[in-house]
Write a protein that binds this ligand. Structure first.
Ligand code: MSP
Length: 639
């Protein structure tokens, strides 16, 4: 029985809103988790947020909030985006949670008692003097600077001298090197392993684990005047989240007895591949099994950054392509593991060609032919069809190939191989021209072709389920398959679908994305014809209209038309986003009583969650928010 599988993403800084860089790693971890589960393993996936440190405290101050209020606000954006992308994480860790803080203090207390092999203290105090970049949240050297400023943050570093506690890394580097060389600690891809071994050949200094001047963080258990360095605090999330210090049996299962994988991009190699294993060694804990450091991507050739304004909001991608489209597109831009470029302008074309044309079309034309020619019942297989043996061979080989790719983190290869089979199947379909056989009444051969294509579709939909869980479930439902057969084993065998299986296909699984049509549709929506869509009285009754009072209003960053409103509905407070910023300022609308639709599903508009809709009317180009006539209390029903 394979060991349980434990996978982590980095915990993301809350001073930035989620962007596709964060989404990339988190989707990849989700795909790996789902795949290992499909292969019969127990799996736990972890993500979360890194909430301490000067950077976050600074961002909070700018936003006029306490650090905790600020974190509480931003963390919701991460939770919403993961929900929108169908990320099925087993736990979400916040470094400001009491559970995490207790775990950090516990491990630091253990380290403070620990000795090196030659009897020295692992932790010691000393003075540190150096250049500190708050943006990077680390000390940097003169040679890192470009024209006197940090090349990443374009700010001059501060000179700091302070008492710090240090971790005696020098006492662990030899052991660490041997573990990496022997692959007991696997660092992947090979290029990253070489990079780490290269670093270990240099004279690595001990590193500091605490800060004197920082306020926002976890106090050291052995010196309450010092705050744990944010990176040390952050790394410990990988064990506090699974019970280090408070749940021995969970910790035993998910750390000591599992195969653990830390997934991240190569930007945070040093902390993960040097400091983290050395700390675990010193504390007498097992090391992680694998570090996988994927590449870093640019967007349309440029480094993605807040300042350049080229960060792509994953929520926007979900709105456009659905969660499955967004997941697929992000993972297939370039091979997983190396550096690459994300070209957003190619998304529509690629969605149309891979998903709408290749996969979607195969499902709909095969499904429809079964419906039309065989009354929606799967015909029996048939031998001797030209090209069938090759297609079957390719299909039977696919699950093994894909699983090998998954085990080696070759996500884009796995996906491409599956789509390759879809293309081969489309070719088989075209070459055998089943529509001609239908006309000629050659039912057995026709049935054989359709049977084979249905099997290909079932197998591909199972193998791609971890990448596109919703759409693949829809495809599997064409054959009435539910989650009970969602296993790698079920995908390994051909002839699993019995003859006579009902085949139902209603709408296109991946409707073609037509940018022009979409624009037309949106303008239709904003100018509905008065007579269209007459409602029944009972239907109107479903709309819950309420009086609400605007408690607070502010503009949505980067959106000229939107205001974010906090409203009081009597029994509860809510946040809604309204497209009124060109007509009302935040001050104009604050304290106003308004009318809202209160039972809409939450929506995310420009990355901001909205839980309702404000009523307004237009006269010419001017927009007027509707207000109640009379002194009605918040929450009053509108009928
Ligand atoms: N908080 C630290 C991590 C602590 S983990 C103990 C941090 N946070 S971060 O918000 O900056 O996230 C960095 C990670 O986001 C990268 O390692 C990677 O997983 C992901 N990415 C951010 N931008 C990315 C790209 N442009 N390309 C690929 N991955 C990207 O560092």
């Amino acid at each position: 029985m394979a060991k349980p599988f434990y996978i982590t993403t980095p915990i993301y800084y809350v001073n930035d809103v989620p962007h596709i860089g964060h989404a990339y790693t988190t989707i990849a971890a989700d795909v790996l988790t789902r795949f290992h589960r499909m292969a019969g393993r127990e799996a736990f996936s972890l993500t979360g947020t890194d909430e301490h440190g000067t950077k976050v405290a600074e961002a909070a101050r700018k936003a006029g909030l306490t650090p905790q209020e600020f974190c509480d606000r931003i963390v919701e954006k991460f939770k919403v985006v993961w929900k929108n992308l169908d990320i099925d994480n087993s736990y979400f860790i916040r470094t400001t949670s009491p559970r995490h803080e207790a775990g950090v203090r516990k491990l630091l207390a253990v380290l403070n008692e620990a000795k090196t092999d030659d009897g020295q203290d692992v932790i010691y105090s000393d003075y540190y003097e150096g250049l500190y970049c708050t943006g990077c949240e680390k000390f940097i050297t003169e040679k890192d600077l470009v024209d006197g400023v940090c090349p990443d943050h374009k700010t001059a570093p501060e000179k700091l001298r302070e008492k710090n506690y240090f971790f005696r890394l020098t006492a662990f580097t030899d052991r660490l090197r041997k573990l990496i060389e022997s692959n007991e600690l696997r660092i992947l891809p090979e290029e990253r392993r070489r990079e780490v071994l290269g670093l270990l050949k240099q004279d690595l200094p001990d590193f500091s684990i605490s800060r004197e001047r920082v306020e926002w963080g976890v106090k050291l258990p052995f010196d309450e005047d010092q705050i744990t360095y944010v990176w040390i605090d952050a790394l410990l999330n990988y064990i506090t989240a699974i019970g280090y210090g408070d749940d021995a049996s969970s910790f035993k299962k998910w750390w000591q007895s599992s195969e653990s994988v830390h997934l991240m991009a190569k930007d945070i190699l040093k902390f993960h591949c040097l400091y983290w294993p050395a700390m675990l060694m010193a504390a007498g804990e097992k090391l992680p099994d694998t570090m996988f450091l994927h590449g870093f991507f640019t967007v349309d050739g440029e480094k993605m950054s807040k300042t350049l304004g080229n960060q792509i909001d994953p929520n926007g991608m979900v709105e456009e392509f659905g969660p499955d489209g967004a997941r697929y597109l992000l993972l297939t831009q370039y091979p997983f593991g190396v550096d690459g470029d994300i070209q957003a302008k190619r998304f529509v074309q690629q969605y149309n060609s891979d998903l709408a044309n290749d996969l979607g079309n195969l499902v709909s034309r095969v499904g429809k032919m079964v419906v039309v020619n065989f009354e929606g019942k799967l015909p029996p297989p048939h031998e001797g069809i030209e090209g069938l043996d090759d297609l079957m061979k390719q299909t039977e080989a696919l699950p093994g190939l894909v699983y090998e790719h998954i085990k080696k983190f070759r996500l884009s290869h796995a996906i491409n191989d599956a789509i390759g089979l879809v293309r081969a199947s489309n070719k088989f379909f075209n070459d055998t021209a089943p529509w001609k056989l239908a006309k000629a009444g050659k039912t057995e051969e026709l049935g054989g072709i359709l049977y084979a294509c249905c099997e290909v579709i079932r197998i591909v939909a199972t193998l791609l389920y971890p990448v596109m869980p919703r759409k693949m479930a829809e495809i599997r439902a064409v054959f009435g398959l539910d989650d009970s057969t969602l296993t790698l084993d079920h995908a390994r065998k051909f002839f699993e679908l019995p003859q006579g299986t009902p085949v139902k296909i209603d709408e296109a699984i991946f409707p073609r994305f037509d940018a022009k049509k979409k624009a037309a549709k949106t303008s239709e929506k904003t100018q509905p014809s008065e007579d269209d869509n007459l409602l029944d009285i009972s239907e109107f009754g479903k709309v819950k209209l309420r009086v609400a009072q605007v408690v607070k209003a502010e503009r949505v960053e980067g959106a000229d038309k939107l205001l974010k409103l906090q409203i009081d509905l009597g029994s509860e407070k809510r946040q809604i986003v309204a497209g009124i910023a060109e007509h009302y300022s935040a001050e104009d609308i604050t304290d106003k009583k308004v009318l809202v639709v209160a039972n809409l599903k939450p929506a995310v508009i420009r990355g901001v969650e909205s839980n309702g809709m404000l009523l307004a009317a237009k006269k010419g180009k001017k927009l007027f928010v509707l207000t109640p006539d009379g002194d009605l209390p918040p929450g009053a029903k509108v009928s």
